[in-house]
Design a protein around this ligand. Structure first.
Ligand code: ADP
Ligand code: ZN
Ligand code: ZN
Length: 656
């Protein structure tokens, strides 16, 4: 028997099968590995072993407390392991919930079955409007990838519910992936209310072991009609999978940032293909990858252009020019007066601070010039420590210029400093107003955050101040104003994905305003009021924005027009990491269509006493890139020195 184990370097090991044990492909087995016992998964039945017969150890025990892993699950694991360049054993074992990786028996509580039937009773909230019904009709029972582009509040979730109902009625299971389930209890509540008899397995990483194990078992046994969860839910076996939904498909949280660096969205598409069922990628702001896939004819696009609730319309979006209405402590006069109006009317305002950790860029405040790379179209990142500019794309370096090459201004500054004191400013301006701040710091405890969000929904709080956390999926009925500060840092970012993210987050946050009868207003403070991104946002024109962005990406040779991977290394000394990257990348002959750039240090070079650097690899051909990565990965697994930590990131989306 060939068994996949989670151990470094090697992928498989052969064990013999004692007569008393009836293990088959897909079974979990306990085996001896060195001095330890480990859980492995049988992946092949063989009559010949790779080592001499007398050296083969026997399988110790079959672990049949969980169902045998089905062939399509193993096929998914083989695909992920090959595509993301991690050993199959690690991929498979790490995809199991922690309790199933352990040699200890499963907790008895997790094994209890609640005997609930596979109920398909459906209580819809609404009859679908004609646009929603048309979308539903276009989705077949067989495989197909559908990009559901629906503006915020257009009733996408309602479509998902009807799709799930259709699936349950056919006796099949539905998989629904969302970015953050623990922050949006309303979504779970909506599913539970719509399907009172179905077993719903909730899956996310904040669940405790027992709950996680029992949800996984319910999915794997085919008992759970609905699996609702974050990216890891895409790895759960589902023997009767009938539909896959990926809500907010553009969301970066679908990409795992450690171990097997998979994209749950891409894995979902592959899974649906294996299962022969449809997959729906829903969003108001598609990722440019998905949009491009639609343009290439790989995905079919379905549109919901209007808000579904009676009387609800999209908010009006306008820019406030900070060069004319110069901000006091971060706030323009027009913003302040708009907030005052909401206070008088007893409506809520949201002050949204776009505070992603963007890399600093050298900019001229007088004319708007920013330091760009001469070798490629990327912006240069300012490394304050050694006062150098570096292109994180190609590795080019330059000294910091003394004055602006366009206007001669000698006062060049790093751009990207934040608006930190907004909360205090607001408190001083609006004495007596209830101000609620929500960001990663104030929301350390999930339970508190959920309560705060619910309170806001009930109308508590007059002015909300928050970051990205507030943009997602919440429905605040009395919110009618959104003011956006600091949008510009994304416009001059070194990360070519920054405009795409900015558009998405602004469309999301704008989508929080005016979800009911009262119309919403969005004000964006900027020094680039004529930027095409804002023009498109104002017109709610995602298609126009996507077209312009894709043209830029094509001209610059960025994804989705090329495929990318990053090899990253960490070592106590930067020279070690840089030399490692050079040697490793250089040791493998790149096919003609593959470009291997020079190693570059990260902006935050040092983290936890390790210096970090990376090499970007690009190719217009996916097979050529994969061929190179496979060879590179073999080289790394075999020859990487111990003092360097490294990983490969295929289709990376975060670079710092
Ligand atoms: P999305 O997921 O696109 O943001 P939702 O499904 O949450 O949209 O719907 C937005 C709002 O519109 C919700 O309040 C929902 O109850 C309402 N809604 C959805 N579909 C309909 C419909 N067919 N008729 C009336 N209201 C609807
Ligand atoms: Zn200038
Ligand atoms: Zn460059």
């Amino acid at each position: 028997m060939r068994v996949a184990l989670h151990v470094p370097l090697h992928k498989f090991f052969d064990y013999s099968l004692p007569e008393a044990i009836t293990a088959r492909i897909g079974d979990r087995v306990a085996v001896r590995f060195g001095a330890q016992q480990k859980i492995g998964i049988v992946i092949e039945e063989r009559t010949q072993a790779a080592v001499a017969v007398e050296r083969i150890k026997p399988i110790i025990a079959l672990r049949d407390d969980a169902p045998r892993l089905p062939p399509d699950w193993i096929a998914l694991m083989r695909f992920l392991s090959g595509y993301y360049q991690r050993p199959l054993g690690e991929t498979m074992v790490a995809a199991l919930p922690p309790r199933l990786r352990s040699t200890k028996p499963l907790p008895r509580k997790a094994l209890e079955q609640d005997g609930q039937a596979f109920g398909a009773r459906f209580i819809p909230n609404h009859r679908l409007n004609s646009a929603q019904a048309a979308v539903l009709e276009r989705i077949p029972n067989g495989f197909g990838t559908f990009l559901l582009h629906g503006v915020t509040g257009s009733g996408k979730t309602e479509v998902y519910l009807h799709l799930v109902a259709r699936t349950l009625q056919r006796g099949l299971q539905a998989l629904v992936l969302v970015p953050e389930i623990s922050l949006t209890p309303q979504l779970e509540a909506r599913f539970r209310a719509a399907f009172p008899d179905a077993r719903l397995a909730l899956m996310h990483s904040a669940l405790e072991d027992v709950a996680r194990t029992s949800a996984w078992l319910a999915a794997a046994r085919g008992e759970a009609g609905i699996v609702l969860g974050t990216r890891l839910a895409v790895l759960a076996p589902m023997p009767r999978l009938g539909v896959v939904v990926v809500d907010e498909e553009h969301d970066a949280s679908f990409k795992q940032q450690e171990g097997l660096r998979y994209s749950a969205r891409d894995a979902a598409v592959y899974r649906a293909k294996l299962a022969g069922c449809p997959v729906i990628l829903g969003t108001a702001t598609p990722s440019l990858e998905s949009w491009h896939n639609w343009m290439l004819g790989r995905y079919e696009k379905l549109e919901l252009a209007e808000r579904a609730a009676a009387g609800a319309v999209l908010p009006s979006v306008s820019t406030v020019d900070v060069r004319e209405d110069s901000p006091q402590q971060g706030l323009c006069a027009r913003t302040v007066s708009a907030i005052a109006t909401r206070l008088e009317r007893g409506e809520q305002s949201l002050v949204f601070i776009n505070r992603r950790g963007y890399a600093p860029v050298l900019a001229c405040e007088a004319c708007g010039w920013t330091a760009g790379c001469e070798r490629c179209t990327a912006r240069m990142v300012l490394h304050a420590a050694d006062r150098r500019l570096r292109c994180h794309h190609c590795g080019a370096e330059a000294a910091i210029a003394g004055n602006c090459p366009t206007c001669g201004n000698v006062d060049l500054k790093p751009m990207g400093r934040g608006t930190q004191r907004v909360e205090e400013t607001l408190a001083a301006l609006f004495a007596g107003a209830r101000i609620v701040r929500i960001d990663r710091d104030s929301a350390r405890r999930r339970a508190d955050l959920v309560r705060t969000l619910e309170n806001i929904r009930q109308g508590e709080g007059d002015i909300l101040v928050g970051t990205q956390l507030l943009a997602k999926g919440h429905d605040f009925p009395s919110l009618t104003l959104v003011a956006v500060l600091n949008a510009d840092t994304a416009l001059v970012s070194t990360d070519y994905r920054a405009p795409e993210r900015l558009f998405a987050v602004l469309a999301q946050v704008a989508g929080r305003a005016g979800r009911r009868e009262r119309p919403g207003e969005v004000l964006v403070q900027t020094r680039y009021p004529r930027h095409p991104l804002f023009a498109a946002l104002t017109r709610h024109d995602f298609a126009g924005f996507a077209k312009a962005q894709l043209e830029e990406r094509r001209a610059a040779g960025f994804p989705p027009f090329v495929f990318e991977a990053a090899l990253r290394a960490e070592a106590p000394r930067l020279e070690t990491a840089m030399a490692f990257l050079k040697t490793m990348a250089g040791a493998v002959v790149a096919p003609e269509e593959v470009r291997v750039f020079d190693p570059v240090p990260h902006v935050l070079t040092r983290r936890a006493n390790f210096e970090r650097a990376q090499v970007i690899v690009q190719s217009p051909s996916r097979p050529a890139l994969q061929q190179y990565l496979t060879a590179l990965s073999e080289q790394l697994f075999e020859n990487a020195p111990r003092q360097v930590r490294w990983h490969l990131d295929v289709d990376p989306i975060e670079f710092d």
